[in-house]
Design a protein around this ligand. Structure first.
Ligand code: CO
Length: 673
């Protein structure tokens, strides 16, 4: 059944799975949870996540519609009675738990009910109540407590405990912006298993800032009233189709789903190439050429750069320690997404039982995006050829504490793919007493500063350029030394070097040589005899400022470089390790590349790190305007020519094609006849 593309929510869980990569349905998650609870009967067992156990890639690639599908669920749970983490695989076809294994030493990300427990435990703590009283805070009900992932700073009091760090904000009323009034230097470290405050940090004497600086609509009256409507109308509907989770638009094909940990995941991105007719294809639609098997945000981390007791430990791994899937927003038509929208829902397992549907978790729509290509031919009486660019947008949003992140994948008619991360929400704040803060924080309001910090996003892309056997190349532009080959001192050339093994992985950007990377298929050549390829062009990048001996550099080694390349392995999904909570480092990327596997003509996985350094500015408060950061994947000899040549010209308001119009628009206005 083709889901008619219209503005109504399309339910992804209405029917059983028709493809091996379809995410789990609610009954499947409940079946998996029941199998686990049948085996592990502790009443303190809490489900951290239940996700599809993806079949092996070779089995998915061999799948044809109608083939039998084996469905498996991967369950992560914690027994709060002893703090032990368990992993299980449930076979949903045979209704059997195939494995149930304790993972010693690992801490899963805290569950949502553990975050709520931390709030309750802190509020009940005598020491915390006394600290608030000392600061003159009367109404504790209005205090906002943000429990944070704890990290691991070697404090012997904390080793072996499952902890969160709670910080407090004072609000004048429920709708106030707590971040305007932080309680500086007060950090309650909560033991989640023992349900008590393990120790309380109470340092510094910065007063609580007084002003309730808000951003909600009520606080901003009157709002501007001088914008006329800008309507986005697609009178004949959208140009894409969504069949189950399979999305088709122009020549793009892909599978879109919501993952309980990663959030938005796109599988099997391919391009139907009419220039390369598929053999024996009667309707001559062209070969479906693979580009990427799986793309998602693997991990992210936000290290703060201030030394004060309330700040130095802030290093949230927003995916592995919190979860971008379970913090995914339900999107609203007309606000988050404008125009003709098709949504996909998300689904997450609840810790105690049941599931929670995140309605409208993924937004799919088209956008007019200015000019795809143009030329005005002066030698031909100024005849102009111009094509509008239309792009397909697949996006989702997550709110992680104070910050909000939008994850956008754009697909273009020239074969390009772009990933854009939108950063907005509220900055971390710190109260400042007399005097200006040092360079590691910026004043944003009276007695209120924003600590300097960085955001690192590691995007995992299992690239499959025309098949699974690819080679990654580093490309740099270099001037030739002066000499007979460079007598005019103008010569420079592109130097292409393969990344031969994981030993050479861990690459940094280098702007003087415009360093970037290509993913090539050496066994398939284009019309000029070179390997077909896609190129990865960096956007904003940042070097990690925290030193190599810092806790965050050890735990988030993936963020110390911009590009890592590994050999595809089904259990290597997370750049900071499967369970980064309270680790001391070594998991994830450093462990993967230590295998030093050869990479040429192999099934390669790219791990690209987008980094942004956020020196906070006054305009970032009380809510920060969206900051955009990302990268691009562009075809590099993947096609033999500009694949957007055959895009049809747009019609003008007068109905003529651009270039054909002889109407006198100046005289008649707006193209009216
Ligand atoms: Co920021």
């Amino acid at each position: 059944m083709v889901v008619a593309a219209k503005s109504e929510a399309a339910s992804p869980v209405a029917e059983g799975a028709r493809h091996p990569l379809d995410p789990l349905t609610a009954p499947e998650m409940e079946q998996a949870a029941a199998l686990v609870r049948g085996r592990h009967t502790s009443r303190q067992l809490r489900v951290v996540s239940i996700a599809l156990r993806e079949p092996l890639k070779r089995d998915v690639l061999a799948f044809s519609p109608g083939d039998p599908i084996v469905r498996r669920a991967f369950v992560v749970a914690i027994d709060r009675a002893d703090g032990k983490l368990y992993e299980g695989v449930a076979n949903l076809a045979t209704d059997r738990l195939e494995s149930w294994v304790h993972q010693p030493g690992a801490q899963p990300s805290p569950t949502m009910d553990e975050y709520m427990d931390a709030d309750r435990v802190i509020r009940a703590d005598k020491g915390w109540r006394a600290a608030m009283k000392r600061r003159g805070v009367e109404n504790l009900d209005l205090v906002q407590i943000d429990p944070w992932p704890a990290g691991n700073f070697g404090d012997p009091r904390e080793q072996g405990h499952r902890i969160l760090r709670g910080i407090s904000y004072v609000r004048d009323e429920q709708a106030s912006n707590g971040y305007a009034r932080p309680v500086e230097g007060l950090v309650a470290v909560v033991d989640l298993n023992e349900q008590r405050v393990l120790h309380l940090v109470d340092e510094g004497n910065a007063p609580i800032p007084e002003a309730d600086i808000r951003y909600d609509l009520e606080s901003q009256q009157p709002v501007r009233d001088d914008l006329k409507p800008l309507d986005i109308v697609q009178s004949e509907g959208v140009s894409f189709t969504l069949e189950g989770h399979e999305l088709s638009w122009q020549r793009w094909r892909m599978r879109v789903s919501h993952h309980p940990r990663e959030g938005l995941v796109i599988h099997q991105v391919g391009y139907e190439d009419p220039a390369s007719p598929a053999s024996g294809d009667a309707d001559a639609r062209g070969e479906l050429r693979s580009i990427c098997y799986r793309m998602s945000l693997s991990e992210m981390v936000v290290p703060y750069g201030d030394n004060s007791p309330g700040q130095y430990w802030k290093n949230a791994f927003d995916s592995g320690e919190i979860g971008l899937g379970r913090t995914t927003n339900s999107l609203t038509l007309g606000c988050d997404c404008l125009g003709e929208i098709v949504y996909l829902d998300g689904l997450v397992a609840e810790p105690r039982d049941g599931t929670r549907t995140i309605e409208n978790a993924i937004c799919i729509h088209e956008e007019d995006f200015n000019v795809l290509w143009k030329h005005t031919n002066g030698a031909n009486d100024g005849a102009a050829e111009v094509r509008r660019s239309r792009r397909l947008v697949v996006s989702s949003w997550a709110t992680v504490g104070n910050y909000d992140y939008g994850f956008y994948w754009y697909f273009y008619e020239d074969g390009s793919i772009e990933h854009e991360i939108k950063l907005t929400g509220i900055i971390q704040t710190m109260a400042v007493g007399r005097g200006a803060p040092s360079g590691s924080a910026q004043m944003v309001a009276k007695n209120l500063a924003g600590p300097i910090h960085q955001h690192f996003f590691c995007v995992r892309m299992d690239m499959d350029i025309d098949g699974t056997k690819n080679t990654v190349q580093e490309v740099e532009s270099r001037p030739l030394p002066p000499g007979p080959d460079n007598e005019h001192h103008n010569v420079f050339e592109a130097v292409v070097t393969p990344i031969r093994s994981e030993r050479e992985s861990g690459r940094k950007v280098h702007s003087p040589t415009a360093r970037h990377w290509r993913i090539a298929n050496p066994s398939r050549t284009n019309a000029v005899g070179e390997p077909v390829a896609y190129a990865l062009f960096p956007g904003e990048t940042a070097d990690m400022m925290a030193g190599p001996e810092s806790a965050v550099a050890k735990r988030a080694e993936f963020a110390t470089k911009q590009l890592w390349v590994t050999r595809e392995a089904p259990d290597e999904l997370y750049a900071g390790g499967a369970y980064p909570s309270q680790t001391t480092g070594g998991d994830g990327i450093p462990s993967f590349v230590s295998a030093q596997r050869a990479l040429e003509r192999q099934d390669v996985v790219l791990w690209y790190v987008v980094g942004t350094t956020h020196i906070v500015r006054p305009e970032d408060f009380p809510v920060a305007p969206v900051h955009r950061s990302g990268f691009a994947l562009r075809p590099w000899g993947f096609f033999d020519t500009n694949p957007g040549l055959d895009v049809a010209p747009s019609r003008m308001a007068c109905g003529h094609l651009v270039g054909e119009c002889t109407c006198d628009h100046g005289a008649h206005g707006n193209g009216a006849h």
